[in-house]
Write a protein that binds this ligand. Structure first.
Ligand code: FAD
Length: 300
C-alpha cells in the first residue's frame, strides 16, 4: 500500500477545508472497512487521509418528536442495531443493521461510510429509501439536506462534492399503525453481501393497507422505490394473489445488475420471490411456495 499522511481534524469545518485544499489526493476515512480494501488493492492511492474519528458529535443517535430519528454518519452498524431508539422507532433499520455483513464489519463500519461508498451490493440504501430518509451534508461553506433518493446517484457515485461530508441521516416519524419488514437474499450462506433485498413499510387498517413504501436493494445500480407496485397495493386488502401481482410488478420494473455474482435474470427472479415473501409475511399470509428459499432469506 502506498504511504499516506493521516490527518485528524477536530471539526467538520476543519475536515472540509482539508479536503478542499488537498483535492483528489485526499480521502475522508471513517471505519476504513471499504477504503482500506480499495487502498490495499491499489484501486485508490490517496496521499492524505482525513480521519473523521475525532468528530464525536457524528456518532450520536437522537430522537426529536417532530423531526424523527437523527443518526450520526459515524454511527457504526452495531450501534444502530443495538440502539433502543432505533429499535423502537425504526425496527426495520435496527434489524437490517443486525444482519448486515459480519460482526467485524458491523463493529467497524459506519452507516455514513456505507452510503458514501455507494456500493450497490449493500443493505442500508433500500431500507433508508423505504423509510423516506434524508441526509445532511456539510462543508465549511454551509449545509444542505437531500432525500436519500437524490444522494445516491449511480454505481459508486453520490451527490457529495469533494469537500463535503455526510454528517447525519434523518428518518421522519412513521405514522401510527405502520408495520415494516426487511428481507435480504444471500446467494450462499457463506456470502455476506445481499444479492437482492426488499424493504417494505405499510400502514395497516384492519386487513387493508395504506401508505405502502417498497424499496428494492442490492440488485440494481442504485436502490429504488417500486412506485407501480406501491400504488397497486395501496387501499387493497392484501391477499396472496395481490402479493404475487405486486411482486411481479416489482420484478418487471427493475433493470438488474448482471455480474459474476448473478445474472440479471437470476436477480430479477430473486427480487420477485423476496418481494412476494416479504409482502406475504408482513400481512400474515401463508406462502408455502419456494419453501427451499427460506434458509437463504434473512428477515424479521
Ligand atoms: C467483508 C465485507 C462484507 C460486507 N458486507 C456487507 C453487507 O452484507 N451489507 C452491506 O450493506 N455492506 C457490507 N459491506 C460494506 C460495509 O458496510 C462498508 O464497508 C462500511 O459500512 C463502510 O463504512 P466505513 O466507515 O468503514 O467507511 P470507510 O471505508 O471509512 O469509507 C468509505 C468511503 O466513504 C467515504 N466516507 C466515509 N465516511 C464519510 C462521511 N461521513 N462523509 C463523506 N465521505 C465519507 C470515504 O472517503 C470512503 O470513500 C461489507 C464490507 C466488507 C469489507
Amino acid at each position: 500500500m502506498r504511504d499516506f499522511e493521516f490527518l485528524e481534524p477536530a471539526s467538520v469545518n476543519e475536515a472540509s477545508r482539508m479536503l478542499a485544499d488537498l483535492g483528489d489526493d485526499c480521502r475522508a476515512i471513517a471505519g476504513g472497512t471499504a477504503l482500506m480494501l480499495g487502498m490495499r488493492q491499489r484501486m485508490l492511492t490517496p496521499t492524505h487521509l482525513v480521519s473523521l474519528g475525532q468528530l464525536h458529535d457524528l456518532k450520536s443517535i437522537s430522537l426529536d418528536a417532530h423531526a424523527g430519528l437523527s443518526i450520526g454518519a459515524l454511527a457504526r452498524h452495531h450501534d444502530i442495531a443495538r440502539s433502543p431508539l432505533v429499535q423502537i422507532y425504526a425496527p426495520l433499520l435496527a434489524h437490517m443493521a443486525s444482519v448486515l455483513a459480519n460482526p467485524q464489519v458491523r463493529n467497524q463500519g459506519t452507516l455514513g461510510g456505507n452510503l458514501c461508498y455507494a456500493d450497490p451490493s449493500t443493505d442500508p440504501p433500500g431500507c433508508l429509501m423505504a423509510l423516506s430518509a434524508q441526509v445532511v451534508i456539510e462543508r465549511a461553506a454551509g449545509q444542505r439536506v437531500l432525500p436519500i433518493t437524490d444522494f445516491l446517484i449511480d454505481y459508486y457515485t453520490t451527490a457529495l462534492a469533494p469537500d463535503e461530508l455526510l454528517t447525519h441521516i434523518r428518518i421522519p416519524p412513521l405514522a401510527a399503525g405502520t408495520v415494516g419488514l426487511y428481507q435480504r437474499f444471500l446467494r450462499t450462506p457463506a456470502e455476506h453481501r445481499p444479492l437482492a433485498s426488499i424493504a417494505l413499510l405499510a400502514r395497516r387498517e384492519g386487513a387493508v393497507c395504506h401508505d405502502v413504501r417498497l424499496a428494492v436493494g442490492a440488485s440494481t445500480p442504485v436502490a429504488l422505490r417500486a412506485a407501480r407496485a406501491e400504488a397497486f397495493m395501496n387501499g387493497k386488502t392484501i391477499t396472496l394473489d395481490v402479493a404475487r401481482a405486486a411482486a411481479d410488478m416489482v420484478a418487471s420494473d427493475i433493470d438488474p445488475i448482471s455480474d459474476a455474482r448473478g445474472a440479471a435474470d437470476y436477480r430479477r427472479d430473486m427480487v420477485r420471490i423476496v418481494a412476494r415473501r416479504t409482502i406475504a409475511q408482513l400481512f400474515d399470509l401463508q406462502d408455502d411456495s419456494q419453501r427451499g428459499l427460506q434458509r437463504d432469506l434473512q428477515g424479521s
